[in-house]
Design a protein around this ligand. Sequence first.
Ligand SMILES: Cc1cc2nc3c(=O)[nH]c(=O)nc-3n(C[C@H](O)[C@H](O)[C@H](O)COP(=O)(O)O)c2cc1C
Length: 252
Amino acid sequence: MTYEILFSPTGGTMKTANLLTKEFSSEVRVVDLMDRKADFSSIPFTPEDLCVVAVPSFGGRIPAPAAVRMAQMQGNGAKAILMAVYGNRTTGDMLLELKDILTKAGFRPVAALEAVARHSLFPQFAAGRPDSKDHRELVSFASQIKEKLAAESSEELTVPGSFPYQEYTSIPLKPKADHGCVRCGHCARHCPVGAIPLESPNQTNTQVCITCMACTAFCPQRARKISPLVLFPAALALRKSCKGRKPNKLYL
Ligand SMILES: Cc1cc2nc3c(=O)[nH]c(=O)nc-3n(C[C@H](O)[C@H](O)[C@H](O)COP(=O)(O)O)c2cc1C
């Protein structure tokens, strides 16, 4: 069985992972790490399974709820392709963090990738990515991974990153509902951490919110946003580190 294990608040991680995963199988079982009610410990992984595990970079780290949920899985020797999706700045220590968590959970990391997708907070960075060039690169990465799998190498995978991992500083910007909110509750149901009360979805518990932006992506009214007045200076500060076309990379 081929699994795609995803944490994708605004869809970029999923889109990028799909380009790779479909090269391995047309039949894919998705494990949604955004689901705060799922029992991740009961998924029956076997050593024959191949899992593409894709998460976005949040300050060069794995988003905290994704890390906790991955640690609950029982890999039972399933092969894992680690995928760090980033918005044109950095993947920091997240590939090492992914490797450490998944190895401890009983998976066997066989390959790792850094792949670029549109920045979910500042969509002017990596706009339009993944694009057709990214697609071609991911297809080529998939065939290199297949060759490695066919060679049945038992060499340990080396990935970038160092321990202790860089500290994650939570982002003070939190999306809020504006007057367009019709209280449909869509955002509350999709929030991966339960920061939006279902009974009053125009509120946000800013202590719990991780600024993943899922609520802004899922709102049918486009009524959830971070004020552009707050976003603009933050984008200016990131302009230098996010400029240019950042690469996709494969580690075998
Ligand atoms: C809170 C937060 C922090 C982020 N930090 C980084 C970062 O440090 N480096 C980077 O390149 N991208 C960063 N990004 C961008 C995401 O990694 C990137 O846009 C990813 O594709 C989002 O995945 P999604 O579309 O599946 O939500 C951050 C995004 C958010 C919401």
